[in-house]
Design a protein around this ligand. Structure first.
Ligand SMILES: [Cu+2]
Length: 159
């Protein structure tokens, strides 16, 4: 909680300092008109792009995302599957993702437990879909909260 509060305060400070540029940028983004043909075509094409990542472990000393590195196109859905050694979740490091990535992930991560943090998957074969729709290109580094100490980390490169 304290950490969350601190993060919020910092975010506030950043917004306050760079206020003019930021709001101008977000307004530009919000106001950018989308060509008529694109909205219909893009989601349909993106809907087919699902990449699966297994979450595995032995319940004590070993835990991993498989694969732990993957490259996707913007708009791809990454489907995390709780295979063994759960509970697992996926969270992204706010300071490791491209500018604008957090906003995309906030929309793309349903039922978050916190900022950029997905819910725990406790049931066998439980799935969690993270949509990278609108995600800027770059590397998104993430981890599993219960198993980060075991090195359960992932790097998703968006092209
Ligand atoms: Cu885990």
């Amino acid at each position: 909680m304290r950490f969350t509060l601190f993060t919020t305060v910092v975010a506030f400070a950043i917004v306050a300092c760079g206020g003019d540029k930021k709001s101008a940028a977000s307004q530009a983004e919000a106001a950018t008109p989308t060509p008529a043909g694109v909205p219909a075509a893009t989601p349909a094409a993106e809907a087919a792009l699902v990449v699966e990542v297994k979450m595995t472990g032995n319940g004590t000393s070993v835990a991993a995302f498989e694969p732990s590195k993957l490259t996707i196109k913007t708009g791809t859905t990454v489907r995390f599957i709780n295979v063994s050694g759960g509970p697992h979740d996926v969270a992204f490091y706010a300071d490791s993702i491209p500018k604008g990535g957090a906003d995309a992930l906030k929309k793309g991560m349903p039922n978050p437990m916190g900022d950029l943090t997905g819910p725990f998957l406790t049931q066998p074969n439980e799935k969690y879909d993270v949509s990278f729709a609108g995600a800027p290109a770059g590397v998104y580094k993430g981890y599993c909260l219960p198993h980060v100490a075991l090195g359960m980390k992932i790097a998703v490169t968006v092209q």
